[in-house]
Design a protein around this ligand. Structure first.
Ligand code: CTP
Length: 404
Protein backbone atom coordinates (compact mmCIF):
# COMPACT_ATOMS: atom_id res chain seq x y z
CA UNK A 1 0.00 0.00 0.00
CA UNK A 2 1.29 3.47 -0.94
CA UNK A 3 0.25 6.56 0.95
CA UNK A 4 1.03 10.22 0.36
CA UNK A 5 1.68 12.11 3.58
CA UNK A 6 1.04 15.80 2.98
CA UNK A 7 2.69 17.99 5.59
CA UNK A 8 1.39 21.52 6.18
CA UNK A 9 3.20 24.39 7.81
CA UNK A 10 2.52 24.38 11.53
CA UNK A 11 4.35 23.73 14.78
CA UNK A 12 2.91 20.22 14.71
CA UNK A 13 4.78 19.40 11.47
CA UNK A 14 7.43 17.60 13.53
CA UNK A 15 4.77 15.10 14.63
CA UNK A 16 4.34 14.10 10.99
CA UNK A 17 7.83 12.58 11.24
CA UNK A 18 6.58 10.15 13.87
CA UNK A 19 3.48 9.51 11.77
CA UNK A 20 5.64 8.56 8.78
CA UNK A 21 7.38 5.96 10.98
CA UNK A 22 4.14 4.57 12.36
CA UNK A 23 2.70 4.18 8.86
CA UNK A 24 5.81 2.37 7.67
CA UNK A 25 5.62 0.09 10.71
CA UNK A 26 2.24 -0.98 9.32
CA UNK A 27 3.83 -1.99 6.02
CA UNK A 28 2.77 1.19 4.22
CA UNK A 29 5.10 2.95 1.77
CA UNK A 30 5.09 6.67 2.48
CA UNK A 31 5.70 9.47 -0.03
CA UNK A 32 6.03 12.78 1.77
CA UNK A 33 4.89 16.02 0.14
CA UNK A 34 5.67 19.23 2.03
CA UNK A 35 4.27 22.70 1.54
CA UNK A 36 6.78 25.53 1.52
CA UNK A 37 5.51 26.66 4.93
CA UNK A 38 6.07 23.15 6.32
CA UNK A 39 9.73 23.43 5.34
CA UNK A 40 10.08 26.37 7.73
CA UNK A 41 9.28 24.03 10.61
CA UNK A 42 11.04 20.81 9.62
CA UNK A 43 13.46 19.97 6.82
CA UNK A 44 12.70 17.66 3.90
CA UNK A 45 15.90 15.84 4.83
CA UNK A 46 14.28 14.51 8.01
CA UNK A 47 11.46 12.90 6.03
CA UNK A 48 13.79 11.74 3.26
CA UNK A 49 15.90 9.93 5.87
CA UNK A 50 12.85 8.45 7.61
CA UNK A 51 11.09 7.27 4.44
CA UNK A 52 14.13 6.56 2.32
CA UNK A 53 12.51 8.52 -0.51
CA UNK A 54 12.89 11.89 -2.08
CA UNK A 55 10.46 14.36 -0.55
CA UNK A 56 8.32 16.37 -2.97
CA UNK A 57 8.53 20.04 -2.11
CA UNK A 58 7.51 21.92 -5.21
CA UNK A 59 5.22 21.86 -8.21
CA UNK A 60 7.95 22.77 -10.64
CA UNK A 61 11.41 21.55 -9.89
CA UNK A 62 14.32 23.41 -11.38
CA UNK A 63 15.82 20.52 -13.28
CA UNK A 64 16.38 22.11 -16.63
CA UNK A 65 14.13 22.29 -19.67
CA UNK A 66 14.06 18.56 -20.45
CA UNK A 67 12.58 17.62 -17.17
CA UNK A 68 10.02 20.40 -17.04
CA UNK A 69 7.29 18.30 -18.66
CA UNK A 70 7.77 15.31 -16.36
CA UNK A 71 7.79 17.52 -13.28
CA UNK A 72 4.70 19.33 -14.56
CA UNK A 73 2.71 16.10 -14.59
CA UNK A 74 4.28 14.56 -11.50
CA UNK A 75 1.24 15.34 -9.36
CA UNK A 76 -0.85 13.19 -11.74
CA UNK A 77 1.59 10.30 -11.48
CA UNK A 78 1.74 10.57 -7.68
CA UNK A 79 -2.07 10.71 -7.54
CA UNK A 80 -2.32 7.54 -9.59
CA UNK A 81 0.35 5.57 -7.74
CA UNK A 82 -1.02 6.06 -4.21
CA UNK A 83 -4.07 4.59 -2.50
CA UNK A 84 -4.60 7.24 0.18
CA UNK A 85 -3.74 10.84 0.91
CA UNK A 86 -3.27 11.85 4.54
CA UNK A 87 -2.70 15.48 5.42
CA UNK A 88 -1.13 16.12 8.81
CA UNK A 89 -0.98 18.75 10.07
CA UNK A 90 -3.69 20.35 7.96
CA UNK A 91 -3.46 24.08 8.53
CA UNK A 92 -6.36 26.53 8.15
CA UNK A 93 -4.84 27.62 4.84
CA UNK A 94 -4.58 24.08 3.48
CA UNK A 95 -8.12 23.34 4.62
CA UNK A 96 -9.38 26.45 2.83
CA UNK A 97 -7.50 25.54 -0.34
CA UNK A 98 -8.92 22.03 -0.33
CA UNK A 99 -12.45 23.23 0.40
CA UNK A 100 -12.33 25.72 -2.48
CA UNK A 101 -10.27 23.73 -4.98
CA UNK A 102 -7.22 26.00 -5.18
CA UNK A 103 -4.19 24.45 -6.84
CA UNK A 104 -1.14 26.65 -6.44
CA UNK A 105 1.40 24.21 -5.07
CA UNK A 106 2.14 20.50 -5.29
CA UNK A 107 -0.01 19.37 -2.36
CA UNK A 108 -3.13 21.32 -3.31
CA UNK A 109 -2.75 20.27 -6.97
CA UNK A 110 -2.25 16.66 -5.96
CA UNK A 111 -5.37 16.87 -3.80
CA UNK A 112 -7.46 17.82 -6.84
CA UNK A 113 -5.92 15.09 -8.99
CA UNK A 114 -6.39 12.46 -6.29
CA UNK A 115 -9.46 10.21 -6.45
CA UNK A 116 -8.83 7.92 -3.45
CA UNK A 117 -9.73 8.38 0.22
CA UNK A 118 -8.42 11.43 2.04
CA UNK A 119 -7.65 11.60 5.77
CA UNK A 120 -7.25 15.07 7.27
CA UNK A 121 -5.72 15.83 10.67
CA UNK A 122 -6.18 19.55 11.36
CA UNK A 123 -4.00 21.54 13.75
CA UNK A 124 -4.21 25.23 14.55
CA UNK A 125 -4.88 27.81 17.21
CA UNK A 126 -8.25 27.38 18.99
CA UNK A 127 -9.69 30.68 17.77
CA UNK A 128 -8.74 29.79 14.21
CA UNK A 129 -10.31 26.34 14.57
CA UNK A 130 -13.52 27.91 15.89
CA UNK A 131 -13.62 30.67 13.23
CA UNK A 132 -16.75 30.41 11.08
CA UNK A 133 -14.63 30.33 7.92
CA UNK A 134 -12.72 27.27 9.14
CA UNK A 135 -15.89 25.67 10.51
CA UNK A 136 -17.54 26.13 7.13
CA UNK A 137 -14.54 24.80 5.21
CA UNK A 138 -14.38 21.77 7.51
CA UNK A 139 -18.06 21.11 6.87
CA UNK A 140 -17.36 21.09 3.12
CA UNK A 141 -14.54 18.59 3.59
CA UNK A 142 -16.63 16.36 5.86
CA UNK A 143 -19.50 16.41 3.37
CA UNK A 144 -17.04 15.43 0.66
CA UNK A 145 -16.59 12.22 2.63
CA UNK A 146 -13.05 12.86 3.87
CA UNK A 147 -12.09 11.27 7.16
CA UNK A 148 -11.26 13.85 9.79
CA UNK A 149 -9.01 12.98 12.72
CA UNK A 150 -10.31 15.58 15.12
CA UNK A 151 -7.76 17.80 16.89
CA UNK A 152 -7.32 17.27 20.59
CA UNK A 153 -7.71 19.79 23.39
CA UNK A 154 -4.84 21.04 25.43
CA UNK A 155 -2.23 23.70 25.85
CA UNK A 156 -1.28 24.88 22.37
CA UNK A 157 2.11 26.20 21.29
CA UNK A 158 0.65 29.71 21.21
CA UNK A 159 -0.08 29.50 24.94
CA UNK A 160 -3.88 29.17 24.71
CA UNK A 161 -5.85 26.16 25.82
CA UNK A 162 -8.61 24.54 23.78
CA UNK A 163 -9.19 22.40 20.71
CA UNK A 164 -6.66 22.67 17.90
CA UNK A 165 -3.81 20.39 18.88
CA UNK A 166 -2.90 17.83 16.22
CA UNK A 167 -4.32 14.40 17.09
CA UNK A 168 -1.76 11.89 18.33
CA UNK A 169 0.23 10.34 15.44
CA UNK A 170 -0.96 6.92 16.67
CA UNK A 171 -4.63 7.97 16.22
CA UNK A 172 -3.88 9.29 12.72
CA UNK A 173 -2.02 6.10 11.78
CA UNK A 174 -4.96 4.07 13.12
CA UNK A 175 -7.40 6.03 10.98
CA UNK A 176 -5.23 5.61 7.90
CA UNK A 177 -4.97 1.85 8.36
CA UNK A 178 -8.70 1.59 9.10
CA UNK A 179 -9.51 3.34 5.83
CA UNK A 180 -6.88 1.39 3.88
CA UNK A 181 -7.37 -2.09 5.24
CA UNK A 182 -10.85 -1.80 6.78
CA UNK A 183 -11.58 -3.00 10.28
CA UNK A 184 -13.66 -6.16 10.14
CA UNK A 185 -14.11 -6.45 13.88
CA UNK A 186 -17.86 -7.17 13.63
CA UNK A 187 -17.50 -10.18 11.35
CA UNK A 188 -19.88 -12.96 12.47
CA UNK A 189 -22.09 -10.54 14.44
CA UNK A 190 -25.73 -9.89 13.64
CA UNK A 191 -26.70 -6.30 14.39
CA UNK A 192 -30.37 -5.31 14.48
CA UNK A 193 -30.86 -1.56 14.17
CA UNK A 194 -34.05 0.46 14.28
CA UNK A 195 -34.02 3.97 12.85
CA UNK A 196 -36.18 6.90 11.89
CA UNK A 197 -39.50 8.06 13.26
CA UNK A 198 -42.74 6.12 13.33
CA UNK A 199 -45.96 7.39 11.79
CA UNK A 200 -49.21 6.95 13.70
CA UNK A 201 -52.25 7.47 11.49
CA UNK A 202 -55.07 9.82 12.41
CA UNK A 203 -57.01 9.01 9.24
CA UNK A 204 -55.97 7.82 5.75
CA UNK A 205 -54.32 11.18 4.94
CA UNK A 206 -52.95 12.41 8.26
CA UNK A 207 -50.59 11.08 10.87
CA UNK A 208 -48.60 11.95 14.00
CA UNK A 209 -44.84 11.69 13.75
CA UNK A 210 -41.65 13.35 15.07
CA UNK A 211 -38.58 15.12 13.69
CA UNK A 212 -36.26 12.11 13.48
CA UNK A 213 -34.56 11.87 10.06
CA UNK A 214 -33.09 8.39 10.59
CA UNK A 215 -29.59 9.67 9.69
CA UNK A 216 -27.91 8.54 12.92
CA UNK A 217 -29.36 5.00 12.80
CA UNK A 218 -28.54 4.67 9.09
CA UNK A 219 -24.96 5.84 9.74
CA UNK A 220 -24.59 3.16 12.44
CA UNK A 221 -26.02 0.54 10.04
CA UNK A 222 -23.61 1.60 7.31
CA UNK A 223 -20.61 1.56 9.67
CA UNK A 224 -21.57 -1.88 11.03
CA UNK A 225 -21.82 -3.35 7.49
CA UNK A 226 -18.41 -1.91 6.65
CA UNK A 227 -17.01 -3.55 9.78
CA UNK A 228 -18.21 -6.94 8.60
CA UNK A 229 -21.51 -7.38 10.49
CA UNK A 230 -24.74 -8.79 9.08
CA UNK A 231 -27.06 -5.82 9.59
CA UNK A 232 -30.87 -5.87 9.77
CA UNK A 233 -32.15 -2.31 9.51
CA UNK A 234 -35.78 -1.77 10.53
CA UNK A 235 -36.74 1.74 9.56
CA UNK A 236 -39.68 4.03 9.94
CA UNK A 237 -40.47 6.45 7.09
CA UNK A 238 -37.34 8.34 5.96
CA UNK A 239 -36.14 9.99 2.78
CA UNK A 240 -32.48 9.01 2.95
CA UNK A 241 -30.72 6.31 0.90
CA UNK A 242 -30.68 2.77 2.29
CA UNK A 243 -27.06 1.83 3.11
CA UNK A 244 -25.58 -0.79 0.78
CA UNK A 245 -25.44 -4.31 2.16
CA UNK A 246 -28.14 -4.11 4.86
CA UNK A 247 -31.24 -6.29 5.12
CA UNK A 248 -33.94 -3.66 5.09
CA UNK A 249 -37.44 -3.72 6.56
CA UNK A 250 -39.65 -0.64 6.15
CA UNK A 251 -42.33 -0.08 8.78
CA UNK A 252 -44.84 2.66 9.51
CA UNK A 253 -46.22 2.51 13.02
CA UNK A 254 -44.58 1.67 16.35
CA UNK A 255 -46.61 -1.52 16.50
CA UNK A 256 -45.32 -2.58 13.06
CA UNK A 257 -41.80 -1.78 14.24
CA UNK A 258 -42.31 -3.93 17.33
CA UNK A 259 -43.50 -6.89 15.21
CA UNK A 260 -40.54 -6.52 12.83
CA UNK A 261 -38.07 -6.33 15.74
CA UNK A 262 -39.44 -9.47 17.39
CA UNK A 263 -39.49 -11.37 14.09
CA UNK A 264 -35.71 -10.77 13.78
CA UNK A 265 -34.60 -10.65 17.41
CA UNK A 266 -33.71 -14.36 17.56
CA UNK A 267 -30.91 -13.87 15.03
CA UNK A 268 -29.44 -10.73 16.59
CA UNK A 269 -26.70 -10.50 19.18
CA UNK A 270 -26.38 -6.72 19.11
CA UNK A 271 -29.54 -4.57 19.14
CA UNK A 272 -29.31 -0.82 18.56
CA UNK A 273 -32.58 1.08 19.04
CA UNK A 274 -31.91 4.40 17.38
CA UNK A 275 -35.53 4.88 16.26
CA UNK A 276 -37.59 7.72 17.69
CA UNK A 277 -40.63 5.61 18.42
CA UNK A 278 -43.91 7.43 18.96
CA UNK A 279 -45.03 6.85 22.52
CA UNK A 280 -48.72 6.96 21.57
CA UNK A 281 -51.02 6.05 18.72
CA UNK A 282 -54.42 7.48 17.95
CA UNK A 283 -56.98 5.18 19.53
CA UNK A 284 -59.89 6.45 17.50
CA UNK A 285 -58.07 6.60 14.12
CA UNK A 286 -60.60 6.95 11.35
CA UNK A 287 -60.89 4.72 8.26
CA UNK A 288 -62.15 7.70 6.32
CA UNK A 289 -60.80 11.19 5.94
CA UNK A 290 -61.96 13.31 8.86
CA UNK A 291 -64.00 16.24 7.57
CA UNK A 292 -63.59 19.75 8.91
CA UNK A 293 -66.36 21.04 11.15
CA UNK A 294 -66.63 24.06 13.38
CA UNK A 295 -66.50 21.86 16.48
CA UNK A 296 -63.38 21.10 18.54
CA UNK A 297 -61.72 17.86 17.50
CA UNK A 298 -60.22 15.64 20.18
CA UNK A 299 -57.79 12.87 19.39
CA UNK A 300 -57.58 10.12 21.95
CA UNK A 301 -54.16 8.53 22.32
CA UNK A 302 -53.25 5.10 23.63
CA UNK A 303 -49.72 4.16 24.65
CA UNK A 304 -47.57 2.24 22.19
CA UNK A 305 -45.55 -0.78 23.28
CA UNK A 306 -42.10 0.21 24.55
CA UNK A 307 -40.06 -1.93 22.16
CA UNK A 308 -36.75 -1.31 23.89
CA UNK A 309 -38.14 -2.19 27.32
CA UNK A 310 -39.67 -5.38 25.90
CA UNK A 311 -36.37 -6.38 24.28
CA UNK A 312 -34.59 -5.48 27.54
CA UNK A 313 -36.85 -7.84 29.46
CA UNK A 314 -35.60 -10.75 27.36
CA UNK A 315 -32.15 -9.56 26.32
CA UNK A 316 -30.21 -12.71 27.23
CA UNK A 317 -26.59 -12.42 26.10
CA UNK A 318 -27.33 -9.64 23.64
CA UNK A 319 -25.75 -6.22 23.81
CA UNK A 320 -28.60 -3.74 23.93
CA UNK A 321 -28.17 -0.07 23.06
CA UNK A 322 -30.86 2.57 23.57
CA UNK A 323 -31.01 6.18 22.51
CA UNK A 324 -32.27 9.13 24.53
CA UNK A 325 -33.01 12.32 22.62
CA UNK A 326 -33.61 14.94 25.28
CA UNK A 327 -34.15 18.65 25.69
CA UNK A 328 -32.98 18.73 29.35
CA UNK A 329 -31.46 16.50 32.08
CA UNK A 330 -29.92 14.40 29.35
CA UNK A 331 -27.46 12.33 31.38
CA UNK A 332 -29.93 11.65 34.20
CA UNK A 333 -32.59 10.64 31.66
CA UNK A 334 -30.14 8.42 29.78
CA UNK A 335 -29.17 6.69 33.05
CA UNK A 336 -32.80 6.20 33.99
CA UNK A 337 -33.64 4.71 30.58
CA UNK A 338 -30.59 2.45 30.76
CA UNK A 339 -31.81 0.99 34.02
CA UNK A 340 -35.53 0.75 33.34
CA UNK A 341 -35.02 -0.70 29.87
CA UNK A 342 -32.07 -2.96 30.85
CA UNK A 343 -29.61 -1.55 28.31
CA UNK A 344 -25.84 -1.89 28.20
CA UNK A 345 -25.44 1.62 26.90
CA UNK A 346 -27.63 4.62 26.14
CA UNK A 347 -26.62 7.18 23.53
CA UNK A 348 -27.87 10.52 24.84
CA UNK A 349 -28.07 13.73 22.91
CA UNK A 350 -29.62 17.14 23.18
CA UNK A 351 -32.09 17.74 20.39
CA UNK A 352 -32.41 21.46 21.05
CA UNK A 353 -28.76 22.30 20.25
CA UNK A 354 -28.44 23.93 16.82
CA UNK A 355 -26.39 21.91 14.33
CA UNK A 356 -26.73 18.54 16.02
CA UNK A 357 -29.48 16.00 16.64
CA UNK A 358 -32.53 15.49 14.41
CA UNK A 359 -32.10 16.07 10.66
CA UNK A 360 -28.57 17.41 11.10
CA UNK A 361 -25.57 15.76 9.39
CA UNK A 362 -23.59 16.12 12.58
CA UNK A 363 -24.15 14.99 16.11
CA UNK A 364 -22.58 15.34 19.55
CA UNK A 365 -23.55 12.59 21.94
CA UNK A 366 -22.92 11.36 25.47
CA UNK A 367 -22.57 7.63 25.95
CA UNK A 368 -23.82 6.38 29.31
CA UNK A 369 -22.47 2.90 29.89
CA UNK A 370 -23.70 0.28 32.31
CA UNK A 371 -20.16 0.20 33.73
CA UNK A 372 -20.89 3.69 35.09
CA UNK A 373 -18.54 5.27 32.60
CA UNK A 374 -19.66 8.35 30.70
CA UNK A 375 -18.02 9.01 27.34
CA UNK A 376 -18.47 12.35 25.56
CA UNK A 377 -18.30 12.28 21.77
CA UNK A 378 -17.64 15.76 20.47
CA UNK A 379 -19.59 17.19 17.56
CA UNK A 380 -18.63 15.30 14.42
CA UNK A 381 -20.24 13.84 11.31
CA UNK A 382 -22.84 11.18 12.05
CA UNK A 383 -20.50 8.71 10.26
CA UNK A 384 -17.72 9.46 12.73
CA UNK A 385 -20.07 9.32 15.70
CA UNK A 386 -21.43 5.98 14.42
CA UNK A 387 -17.87 4.59 14.33
CA UNK A 388 -17.25 5.70 17.90
CA UNK A 389 -20.52 4.17 19.11
CA UNK A 390 -19.46 0.86 17.53
CA UNK A 391 -16.01 1.18 19.16
CA UNK A 392 -17.72 1.44 22.57
CA UNK A 393 -19.95 -1.54 21.79
CA UNK A 394 -16.81 -3.51 21.04
CA UNK A 395 -15.38 -2.48 24.40
CA UNK A 396 -18.59 -3.53 26.16
CA UNK A 397 -18.37 -6.92 24.48
CA UNK A 398 -15.02 -7.51 26.14
CA UNK A 399 -16.73 -7.51 29.54
CA UNK A 400 -19.63 -9.97 29.76
CA UNK A 401 -22.98 -8.27 29.05
CA UNK A 402 -25.51 -7.97 31.87
CA UNK A 403 -28.24 -10.61 31.59
CA UNK A 404 -31.93 -9.98 31.97
N1 CTP B 1 -38.31 3.31 22.59
C1 CTP B 1 -38.95 2.17 22.17
N2 CTP B 1 -40.32 2.12 22.15
C2 CTP B 1 -41.06 3.19 22.55
C3 CTP B 1 -40.40 4.36 22.98
C4 CTP B 1 -39.03 4.39 22.98
O1 CTP B 1 -38.28 1.21 21.80
N3 CTP B 1 -42.37 3.10 22.51
C5 CTP B 1 -36.85 3.33 22.62
C6 CTP B 1 -36.21 4.29 21.62
O2 CTP B 1 -35.93 3.61 20.40
C7 CTP B 1 -34.95 4.72 22.33
C8 CTP B 1 -35.31 4.64 23.79
O3 CTP B 1 -36.47 3.79 23.88
O4 CTP B 1 -33.89 3.81 22.12
C9 CTP B 1 -35.65 5.94 24.44
O5 CTP B 1 -36.66 6.58 23.72
P1 CTP B 1 -37.33 7.87 24.30
O6 CTP B 1 -38.47 8.26 23.43
O7 CTP B 1 -36.25 8.87 24.57
O8 CTP B 1 -37.81 7.31 25.70
P2 CTP B 1 -39.17 7.14 26.39
O9 CTP B 1 -39.07 5.92 27.22
O10 CTP B 1 -40.28 7.20 25.39
O11 CTP B 1 -39.21 8.37 27.37
P3 CTP B 1 -39.72 9.88 27.17
O12 CTP B 1 -40.33 9.96 25.78
O13 CTP B 1 -40.68 10.06 28.26
O14 CTP B 1 -38.47 10.71 27.32
Amino acid sequence: MNVVLGVGGGIAAYKAAELSRLLQDRGITVQVVMTSAAQKFITPLTFAALTNRKVITDLFTDRGEEETLSSAVEHIRVAQDHQLLVIAPATADLIAKMAHGHADDFLSTLYLAFTGPVVIAPAMNTNMWNHPAVVQNMRVLRERGHRIVEPGEGLLACGTTGPGRLAEPMAIAHEVSTVLFGVKDLEGEVVLITAGPTEEPIDPVRYITNRSSGKMGYAVADAAVRRGARVILISGPTSIPIPAGVEFIRVGTAREMRDAVFSKLGAANIVIKAAAVADYHVSNASDQKIKKTAARLTLELDPNPDILAEVGAQKGDRILIGFAAETHNMVAEAKRKMQTKNCDMVVGNFVNTPGTGFASDENAVTLVLRTGEIVEIEKASKQDVAGKILDQIQKLRLVAPAKS
